[in-house]
Design a protein around this ligand. Structure first.
Ligand code: IMP
Ligand code: MG
Length: 182
């Protein structure tokens, strides 16, 4: 697999995001709303770099069903924390078409946070179909399908400590290794 962003670069990128958040929010308490499952790894790293009091709330959104094609967006916010009057940062793994971030933003705004900003680990250039851009992007990437550091293909590869581009040869071995019917 071709490595696009290595561990060291990721580490520096997350530290950069943490300092941007410190600059903006100072010592004010923050509520981080993280879109599962993709932002799990980013969440774990980011919160350990933050010095203000932090509350964490998880919501689940999925739009990619079994591969690379975008399906219908489903959002479950189960037992989301109360965000009324709070400073909220919404985080996600990647901004692709932007539909997920735009829809989750719209829903969070209905709960009247004091402020709401958005931060994504990756921003895929040139695919957006919405008129909203993330406030913070750790990395801009070209329009390729990537995995690792939380991002999956078919629910796999999330545990890779780097970001890799999934290539044709990887897909062949993916099928051989992971398809239980083969
Ligand atoms: P959007 O709604 O099109 O912006 O898609 C956002 C979601 O699609 C992300 O939360 C990811 O789960 C998924 N996604 C988009 N591009 C990729 C990719 O290159 N690799 C893995 N997942 C992706
Ligand atoms: Mg996702």
């Amino acid at each position: 697999m071709k490595v696009l962003i290595n561990e060291e670069e990721i580490h520096r990128g997350i530290a950069r995001l943490a300092s941007q958040l410190h600059e903006r929010y100072g010592k004010e308490p923050l509520t981080i709303v993280a879109i599962m499952t993709g932002s799990l790894v980013m969440l774990a790293d980011l919160i350990r770099s933050l010095e203000m009091p932090v509350r964490i709330s998880l919501i689940r959104a999925s739009s990619y069903r079994g591969g690379m094609t975008s399906g219908e967006l489903t959002i479950e916010n189960g037992d989301m924390l109360d965000i009324r009057g709070r400073d909220v940062v919404l985080i996600d793994d990647i901004f692709d078409t932007g539909k997920t971030l735009a829809e989750v933003t719209r829903r969070l705004e209905q709960h009247q946070p004091r402020s709401l900003s958005t931060a994504v680990f990756l921003n895929k250039r040139g695919n957006s179909v919405v008129n909203q851009a993330p406030d913070y992007c750790v990395f801009d990437i070209p329009n390729e399908f990537v995995v690792g550091y939380g991002l999956d293909y078919d629910d796999l590869y999330r545990n890779l400590p780097y970001v890799g581009v999934l290539e044709e040869a990887d897909l062949v071995s993916h099928q051989r290794i992971y398809d239980p019917s083969k």
